[in-house]
Design a binder for this molecule. Structure first.
Ligand SMILES: *[C@@H]1O[C@H](CO)[C@@H](O)[C@H](O)[C@H]1NC(C)=O
Ligand SMILES: *[C@@H]1O[C@H](CO)[C@@H](O)[C@H](O)[C@H]1NC(C)=O
Ligand SMILES: *[C@@H]1O[C@H](CO)[C@@H](O)[C@H](O)[C@H]1NC(C)=O
Ligand SMILES: *[C@@H]1O[C@H](CO)[C@@H](O)[C@H](O)[C@H]1NC(C)=O
Ligand SMILES: *[C@@H]1O[C@H](CO)[C@@H](O)[C@H](O)[C@H]1NC(C)=O
Ligand SMILES: *[C@@H]1O[C@H](CO)[C@@H](O)[C@H](O)[C@H]1NC(C)=O
Length: 340
């Protein structure tokens, strides 16, 4: 575990500066012209999906599929990707936070519902798509589970439940995938609140008003046996909690955040990172953004360069295009609880 983390933090240094020599084990898969913070591939390797960010001031669809000829097309179509202020927020993507293929083979997308003045509760949702028909199969509205300052970040599965992180108001959101009932947990608990500002390439990141940036509960991974949820803020310091406690709290409002906070245990002294992925042996791999482990035991690493966005450089865009998508061969494939 420690050696993997150490190795990948060395790798991260290479990835941070695409101009320095790459570790020969790291292969360039392809390049794109917008930063990707979410990456997933179907088990047959045929379909690649990318969540595309606009922190480089780019515009365009938030969710795209890469075609065999390398071109990107809006998924499931342009209409879902064309929301503007005033449109129905329930049937389009306002701001795609993450997307991933779930253990059921469907595409799961988390929309943080961000409009121009913060979160629009009706727009914050999880949407599933059947990858055979490309039709929407279900929407889980987050509604009042969100706050205006929420930043829903990612999702992981555990049988009939899922967990999501809120990086804006540090929390874990537990969701019953059968009934759609959700509950916000561990709000502003020590483990869900960033203890340090976010850093990148050796600098603490400051925004346009020169204030430090904190990204709260962000990365999360369920252990292959479903017994633990590991999570951390972007500043690092990974914690874990037995999922049985999240399950109980999801169905019992008498269980308070203070009760739950007592069940959180420190897990690993990780450093600042953009994302994590977990393999079938439960090894958690750290860095870049929106990583994906495929069935061929390849770890996909989109080097999103988030820390170089204009927001952290007084409005100057320091991102070097194109954006590189790397792969590295690893020892294990994905955990079945996560995806095939
Ligand atoms: C690439 O493939 C897509 C889907 O088949 C097609 O719509 C598009 O025109 C192709 N682009 C080029 C440049 O051939
Ligand atoms: C997706 O649609 C296909 C074709 O209708 C169906 O056979 C399959 O069961 C669906 N998959 C899921 C996960 O619902
Ligand atoms: C939020 O809660 C209020 C008050 O209970 C309710 O009127 C409103 O419909 C809820 N909004 C959503 C999106 O769930
Ligand atoms: C910068 O961050 C601070 C603290 O999070 C926040 O209050 C402020 O609104 C941010 N400024 C901008 C321009 O986003
Ligand atoms: C709900 O949680 C409270 C507080 O821990 C506990 O006393 C109660 O027995 C629980 N209820 C059920 C139905 O488990
Ligand atoms: C942004 O400008 C402020 C005020 O001039 C300066 O103190 C700060 O170092 C600059 N930040 C960056 C990242 O260049």
């Amino acid at each position: 575990m420690i050696s993997s983390l150490f190795y990948l933090s060395i790798l991260a240094l290479h990835l941070a500066k695409p101009t320095c020599a790459l570790d020969p084990q790291v292969k360039l898969a392809f390049t794109i012209d917008r930063p990707s913070q979410g990456f997933s591939i179907t088990a047959d390797g045929k379909s690649i999906f990318l969540q595309l960010a606009n922190f480089d001031d780019s515009t365009g669809p938030g969710l795209m599929e890469r075609q065999a000829n390398g071109s990107l097309t809006a998924y499931p179509n342009q209409a879902w990707n064309s929301w503007t202020e005033g449109d129905d927020p329930t049937t389009a993507f306002l701001s795609v936070a993450a997307q991933r293929i779930g253990p059921d083979g469907q595409l799961w997308l988390i929309d943080n519902g961000y409009g121009s003045d913060g979160v629009i509760p009706e727009g914050a949702k999880v949407v599933t798509f059947n990858l055979t028909t490309n039709q929407r199969t279900r929407t889980y509205p987050f509604g009042n589970l969100t706050h205006t300052a929420s930043l829903l970040d990612d999702i992981r599965f555990n049988g009939n439940e899922a967990y999501s992180t809120d990086a804006g108001v540090g929390s874990i959101i537990a969701l019953d995938l059968v009934t759609g009932h959700g509950r916000r947990l561990l709000q502003n608990a020590p483990a869900t609140v960033g203890y340090m500002p976010t850093s990148g390439e050796g600098y603490l990141m400051r925004n346009l008003t020169n204030e430090f940036n904190f990204i709260h509960a962000d990365q999360l991974e369920v252990s292959p046996d479903g017994k633990w949820l590991h999570f951390q803020t972007t500043a690092g310091g990974m914690s874990r909690i037995a999922t049985k406690y999240l399950h109980s709290a999801l169905h019992n409002d008498s269980i308070t955040d203070a009760d739950l906070a007592l069940k959180v245990k420190p897990f690993a002294a990780t450093s600042c990172t953009g994302s994590t992925a977990t393999d079938s042996e439960g090894v958690i791999l750290v860095w870049v953004d929106g990583m994906w482990l495929d069935g061929q035991k390849r770890l996909w690493l989109p080097a999103a360069q988030f820390n170089r966005a204009p927001e952290w450089h007084n409005g100057t865009n320091e991102i070097q295009k194109p954006i590189h998508i790397y792969t590295i061969d690893v020892e294990n494939g994905p955990a079945a609880i996560d995806h095939a």
